[in-house]
Every structure is written in C-alpha cells, then in structure tokens.
Design a protein around this ligand. Structure first.
Ligand SMILES: [Ca+2]
Length: 98
C-alpha cells in the first residue's frame, strides 16, 4: 500500500516535470535542451551533479526531486548525469522500439 502510494507519487511528479520541461505545447528542441544543460553545468565539467540538476528543475517538480533523481535521472547511481543522459531524459512513457 505504502509502496504503491510512493510509486504513484513518483509517476505524478515525473509527469509534472515532463510537462514543465516541455514548456507548454511542443517539446523543447534539442538546441533548447542543450542550452538548458549548459546553463545548469555551472562548473563546466560536462556533467550535472544533483545540485546543478536541481537548479534547472521546475519549481513544481522539486517536492519530488529526490525520487525523480534516484529513479529516473541518476539511474546508475554515480551521482552525476552526463549531457547524453540529460538529452536522453524522457519524462513521459518509456521509449518504444523505434
Ligand atoms: Ca557540472
């Protein structure tokens, strides 16, 4: 029961984050996503730590930041997200086979 509630919360927060990242109708272009990554990468080491990622996380997603970071962003648990990982982030349904 508790687990289900937590999972539902993660899904909800991820959806909110996805909507905010998309910023209204139409997803961000790859150029916009790269610009966001560059803006977040304060120390220019080409990867984001959690604090840097938090700096570009939409306000409405911050309540679930820990869950989103651990479950979807830093899925390999190394404490960083690379540019490739950032650009590949999809807050919506898992990618299909194409
Ligand atoms: Ca960095």
């Amino acid at each position: 029961m508790k687990i289900m509630t937590i999972l539902a919360g993660i899904t909800l927060a991820a959806g909110i984050a996805g909507q905010a990242v998309a910023q209204g109708p139409g997803a961000m272009t790859p150029e916009q996503r790269e610009a966001r990554f560059a803006a977040a990468d304060k120390n220019a080491d080409k990867k984001l730590d959690k604090a840097e990622w938090l700096s570009v996380l939409p306000e409405e997603a911050k309540a679930m930041a820990d869950q989103i970071w651990e479950s979807r962003v830093d899925a390999d648990g190394d404490g960083f997200i690379t540019k490739d990982q950032f650009l590949a982030l999809r807050m919506g349904p898992p990618r299909g086979g194409n």
